[in-house]
Design a protein. Structure first.
Length: 143
C-alpha cells in the first residue's frame, strides 16, 4: 500500500460503487447489459447500446490494448509522483475503453507504444481506495 499517496481519490457514486468495491478486492468489474449481452464503461443505470435497464456487474479478464497515451512531464503539485506519468486509454478485451495510468514501463515513446498489450494491476493507495492501473504484458496471442 502506498502510505504517502497525496493524489486525488475517487468519490464513489451509487452507480460506480460496485466498480470501486471490486477494485478493493483486486478485481476489475464492468457493467454488463443482460439484454444485449455487452459490457460498457462508465457505470450508469442503463445500457448505452440498447438503453435496457437490466444491468449487472461482471468481472473483466483485465487484459487489453493501449489505444492512445500521453506522457505527462508536469503532473500536478499534489500528485504523489513528480516523475513523468503515462496516462492511456485502454481498450479491454470485453470492449469498453477506460483511462488509466500505465505503469511498469519507462515513460518514453521508445517503450510505450500504441497497440501494446496491457494487463490490470491494482495499487492500494489508501486503506479504503484501490486504483486499477495497467502494465505492459508479453501476450503471445491476440484477444
Amino acid at each position: 500500500m502506498s502510505t504517502t499517496y497525496t493524489g486525488p481519490l475517487p468519490v464513489p457514486t451509487p452507480e460506480s460503487r460496485p466498480f470501486w468495491d471490486a477494485a478493493k478486492q483486486h478485481r476489475l468489474s464492468l457493467p454488463y447489459c443482460e439484454s444485449c449481452k455487452r459490457s460498457f464503461f462508465y457505470p450508469r443505470p442503463f445500457c448505452p447500446f440498447c438503453f435496457g435497464e437490466d444491468v449487472s456487474w461482471r468481472d473483466s479478464c483485465g487484459r487489453g490494448t493501449l489505444i492512445t497515451f500521453v506522457i505527462n512531464h508536469r503532473p500536478p503539485r499534489s500528485f504523489p509522483n513528480q516523475d513523468p506519468l503515462v496516462i492511456g486509454i485502454v481498450e479491454l478485451a470485453e470492449g469498453p475503453r477506460l483511462m488509466s495510468q500505465i505503469v511498469g514501463v519507462e515513460p518514453s515513446p521508445d517503450h510505450v507504444v500504441c497497440d501494446m498489450p496491457v494487463e490490470v494491476v491494482f495499487d492500494d493507495v489508501t486503506a479504503e481506495v484501490t486504483l486499477p492501473k495497467f502494465r505492459p504484458t508479453n501476450r503471445a496471442t491476440p484477444l
